[in-house]
Design a protein around this ligand. Sequence first.
Ligand code: HEM
Length: 348
Amino acid sequence: MSLSPSLTQDRRVDFAPRIRSLLDDHLGDRVFRLDPETVGVASAELIERIMASRPANDFERPTFKPLLGRSIPRTEASAVMRAVGQDVRAALAEPTDLSADLSGNWPQVAHTYLRDTVFGRDPRRLKVLVDRRLEWTPKLTWAVVTVGAGLPGRRGALAGTSRLAAGTAEASTYAARRHAMGLYRRAAAPVCFTVSALVANALWLGAPFAPDTPNRHIVHESLRLLPVSWNLLRVASPEFTRLDDRIGPKDDVLMLPLLSHRDPALWDDPQAFRPERWNDLDPDTAPGYLPFGHTDERCWGRHMVLPLAERLLDIARHNGLAPDPRQTAARVPLAGLMSVVDVDMRSR
Ligand code: HEM
């Protein structure tokens, strides 16, 4: 099936070729072979059963996969998430400056705004860990962590910082500092990367929005058409072969919300950006809609995402922020997070 590239207002999304071919070749498919070792799954019902069949293993957890070869116990992961949750709540408790200038290159501008809003008072050696350039290669991230962990901390330098940063102060040895900084990166980075991607996608898909459209519906609809977390991988397991005989014992399974979110059997006018569809739909129960994963293992950070995205949308809508009308196409590279890049946003 071929898709019209045009989504809204003559703005085109130019997907990386591998994503484009998934959409062109597999929309409406249930189960299909992606390569000799991987089966793609886009069926809402089968995704549900696969996800329910076993918990994610250590390496399948995007945020708290092992760090420097060491598993992260659940208690430690929960403590880190509590800290970052408090930081986000504290940042959002400050009054919103609706006049903030968010024009420029997105999602970069939104990323910097989120970093400064939530982690702005943290020392440079920590804030640098959420730099967008560190996405280039994990090696670069570890080089920055290694240098930062070697720097002597100044007594009292962490007073007034985020709770997440305070966690790094308890580390007394070099190895413990490295671990703590790795965890800082793991928890602070998604706040900036995922939310800036989500709102960049939303503005590209629909800005300017009708004044009576709730931010919440804009967020749900953006996550439907451009799911930031667009694929979920589970490595080969005997449980999966029992669920569908097209999945062999050695096949990894790539579940694709990208496809289930546009399945013509599940959605009216699936390619259209229509936030109003959420007037009558519940994002927690809509079949095939899983931007935050499956009920059993749903994203631990999701309660932070909506208020942060709403903060950005409030500022954007107040200032009439929208893509420069001269820009008619935005690229979505092949990356872990699905995001338009290099969008030039202008205020009215
Ligand atoms: C638009 C924003 C976000 C989206 C779409 C998203 C999506 C997801 C998805 C789909 C999963 C399930 C993965 C799987 O089952 O394989 C997940 C899990 C998780 N997410 Fe998020 N997420 C977002 C933001 C965040 C943020 C801001 C944080 C933390 C600060 C976070 C932390 C986690 C954690 C801790 C898990 C549990 C598994 C693990 O240990 O990694 N997420 N998320």
